[in-house]
Design a protein around this ligand. Structure first.
Ligand code: ACO
Length: 338
């Protein structure tokens, strides 16, 4: 399949990880768990935790500054801001509006949030892709920022060991070079399974804070086993769907960047697609599951490591609460810096 010009591509990628690290050992002082259990069941060794007072918008703005700098454009050139988050402390003003203000972006641009949980960044890529193709916009700033430490129940060992905080961002731009950037995108959702992974208002009294960790008004609840099974099935299927749509074979893919939720989910998908783990980006051992932020954080890291070069086919795949899911195929392209 040949995408019509203009092409829409990631011109700059950025990430932000808060300084504080919470190790599995640290967690074993908070709930009845062990480094061994967490590593063998999930692959996670540590996660980053936002500093007191550090917000979803602060982290998102930091990642966005990095992406704008790497895109080599002035902030005034941004025509659209879209943010994916499920952990912002307020819904209005949106995190996108807060970040627009923090970065001093132009006021004559749309700014809004999207709630698609762990699939959020892939939803943003498609929104940017279609809005850039259809409209007068040239540069979209898409940001995924999550402070999951604020919506985790630190007394629930079945969930609190899995999540972390962080942000990733990208400047998505259009250009006249044919067949580069976003080649295809497949998105889906199944609201009938929504209760299997949800963020709801806390019931009962708020517990005391432990180890300086936040206690929010909302908490994540999850049926881990069901989420696991659905994630493997749906992510494998959605990878195949986007490859078929773009007429690209698995063998042609240079790197797969899956949502970083659980090492066993990633291994099962790689196995199903018959791809060796050397062609899969994995960093969940150091960050845990950062929901929407996990793919852009991993993408930025892969780019910094030199694992993505112009012309490479990169497959992004996500699954999360809602349920929501998506796969995006990218032909990596970045113009020569002048
Ligand atoms: N430490 C020690 N023991 C624990 C812990 C813990 N942190 N959590 C649960 N256990 C215990 C359970 O109580 C249970 O004990 P029991 O047998 O005496 O009842 C035992 O360990 C096994 O629990 P399971 O839930 O069966 O463990 P499982 O192997 O299914 O792993 C996990 C749980 C890691 C949550 C897994 O189901 C999973 O990863 N699911 C996917 C969910 C996910 O990744 N969600 C992220 C959001 S969605 C997304 O991003 C894709």
């Amino acid at each position: 399949m040949r995408t019509p010009t203009p092409s829409v591509f990631i011109q700059g990628i950025g990430a932000y990880k808060p300084e504080r690290r919470l190790t599995n050992e640290d967690l074993s002082c908070i709930v009845e768990t062990s480094d061994e259990w967490i590593r063998t069941r999930s692959g996670i060794s540590e996660r980053h935790i936002a500093a007191p007072g550090e917000t979803v918008a602060d982290m998102g703005a930091a990642a966005a500054r990095d992406a704008i700098r790497n895109a080599n454009i002035p902030p005034e050139a941004i025509d659209l801001v879209v943010v994916a988050t499920i952990s912002a402390p307020s819904s209005v003003p949106s995190t996108a509006c807060r970040i627009q203000q923090k970065l001093g972006l132009r006021p004559d641009i749309p700014a809004f949030d999207v709630a698609a949980a762990c699939s959020g960044f892939l939803y943003l890529l498609q929104i940017a892709n279609l809005m850039l193709r259809a409209g007068d916009y040239r540069h979209a700033l898409i940001i995924a920022s999550e402070q999951l430490s604020g919506i985790v129940d630190w007394q629930d060992r079945t969930t609190c060991v899995l999540f972390g905080d962080g942000a990733g961002a990208a400047v998505v731009s259009k250009c006249d070079v044919p067949y580069v950037g976003i080649l295809g995108n497949v998105l889906g959702a199944d609201g009938t399974k929504g209760d299997l992974l949800a963020v709801n208002l806390r019931t009962g009294p708020k517990p005391e804070s432990v180890a300086g960790l936040p206690v929010g008004n909302h908490v994540i609840s999850m049926n881990g086993k069901e989420v696991f099974k659905n994630a493997v099935r749906v992510m494998s299927h959605s990878c195949r769907a986007v490859l078929k749509k773009c007429d690209v074979s698995v063998e042609q893919i240079s790197l797969i960047i899956p949502h970083q939720a659980n090492m066993r989910i990633i291994e099962a998908i790689a196995d199903e697609l018959q791809v060796g783990l050397e062609r899969v980006k994995i960093n969940l051992d150091r960050y845990g599951n950062t929901s929407a932020a996990s793919i852009p954080i991993a993408l930025e890291e892969a780019w910094q490591e030199g694992r993505i070069k112009n012309g490479d086919l990169v497959l992004l795949v996500a699954f999360g609460g809602g349920f929501t899911w998506g796969s995006t195929l990218i032909k990596w392209y970045q113009p020569e810096k002048t």
